[in-house]
Design a protein around this ligand. Structure first.
Ligand code: PLP
Length: 392
């Protein structure tokens, strides 16, 4: 059976060019980058190159990139690293109500320690309104953290405007750009952000490696203490192979971004148009075009409880999609807090299908999906109405 992978927001397959860049570090290049001899220096050169490649993607300086173990770690590092510089009563943090758990759970932890956190609302189209930020800013607001693109609905946030408002107030601005990096341009000379989180496995790089952009001159407390690697901000012997992979993944994403975004937008919009035309109760969740190039989030009116069944039925046909974020698969059947934040009622918020396209997807795969989905939704409708009849 043909296998189709349409779940690139969960993770992406490694690009063979990335694998090639990583292989030497599982063989002949094995040194500890902190060692001063030739073996260490070979590894150090690879780290320097990876840092340059990541920095280039943002038109940033290599010194502004700190390698971490994940997007989650980068997010934790910013929130706790800023908060640790203040007494809880002197530090108010603002975020949005539909961030990834890497942000929301860290905020909950900080709240337990006495820090005050405000959560910005989200419009029904899945966008944070900059006006709402203006109303929440306080004299002791130290940090604002709003994601660049939402992981479930795929909507793009007005990061440039949000950062401008934050900076004018004298606070720091962070964006969790884990879903956006490599897909849309994020240039540090255009955005006034102080911190940006990213994760390699979302851009055809390896898992277990992330990075945090920290603007020159901005100071935070380290999250991991130890031998002083990564300018003392993230101690631990570096994962050289993964850094080489992230660097190459960033380089490829940067050079192919414009053409790839165009290709994915065309495929995305073709799928949305076909599905909403052929499946009578299907509708697009989130803004129609302020969204990631390959990101589709669909609702099915009256069949909200069936999203998991639909996902499993697609899986039977070899098509991998998800019902929300990969993390939320643990909360199957519960209304999504992300959709609830967008003002959906709990019934509608129970069911959505996330279809996220990537580099190796083809138009033929889109054709297969467009053919298969209407049949499966129709089958499910029959099963649902039959079981309702049986209950009645
Ligand atoms: N932030 C967002 C928006 C994400 O989508 C994810 C992963 O899905 C993360 C953070 C966490 O990244 P990682 O899996 O590298 O910890």
């Amino acid at each position: 059976m043909e296998q189709i992978y349409f779940d690139h927001s969960a993770t992406t397959p490694l690009d063979p060019r990335v694998v090639e860049a990583m292989l030497p570090f599982y063989g002949t290049v094995f040194g500890n980058p902190s060692s001063l001899h030739w073996a260490g220096q070979q590894a150090k050169e690879a780290i320097d190159q990876g840092r340059r490649q990541v920095a280039d993607l943002f038109h940033a300086d290599p010194d502004e990139i700190v390698f971490t173990a994940s997007g989650t770690e980068s997010d934790n590092m910013v929130l706790t690293g800023v908060a640790a510089q203040y007494k809880p009563q002197d530090c108010h943090i603002i975020t949005s109500s539909f961030e990834h758990p890497a942000i929301l759970e860290t905020c909950k932890y900080l709240q337990k320690l006495g820090y005050e956190i405000s959560y910005l609302p989200v419009t029904p189209e899945g966008i944070v309104d900059p006006e709402s930020l203006k109303q929440e800013l306080r004299p002791n607001t130290r940090l604002v953290s709003v994601m660049a693109a939402n992981n479930v609905v795929g909507t793009l946030q007005p990061v440039i405007e949000l950062a401008r408002i934050t900076k004018a107030h004298g606070a720091l601005f962070h964006t969790d750009a884990v879903q956006a990096v490599g897909k849309i341009p994020l240039l540090m000379n255009v955005m006034q952000v102080d911190f940006l989180s990213l994760s390699a496995h979302k851009l055809h790089g390896p898992k277990g490696i992330g990075a945090l952009y920290i603007r020159k001159g901005v100071v935070i407390e380290p999250l991991v203490h130890g031998g002083g690697q990564e300018r003392g901000l993230r101690s631990a012997t570096e994962n050289v192979a993964a850094i080489a992979g992230l660097g190459r993944a960033a380089e490829i994403a940067g050079s192919e971004m414009t053409a790839e975004a165009k290709r994915l937008v065309t495929m995305r919009d073709r799928i949305i148009a076909a599905v909403t035309e052929e499946v009578p109760n299907a509708y697009l969740i989130g803004h129609p075009y302020k969204r990631l190039p390959g990101h589709i989030c669909l609702g099915f009116e009256g069949q909200e409880g069936e999203a998991m069944h639909l996902m499993l039925a697609l899986n039977e046909e070899g098509i991998a999609v998800s019902t929300g974020s990969a993390c939320s698969s643990h909360n199957a059947g519960q209304p999504s807090y992300i959709l609830m934040a967008m003002g959906m009622d709990p019934v509608r918020a129970r069911g959505s299908l996330r279809i996220t396209l990537g580099r190796f997807n083809t138009e033929q795969e889109a054709d297969t999906f467009i053919k298969v989905l209407p049949r499966l939704t129709e089958n499910l409708r029959h099963i649902t109405s039959r079981s309702f009849a049986a209950v009645a």
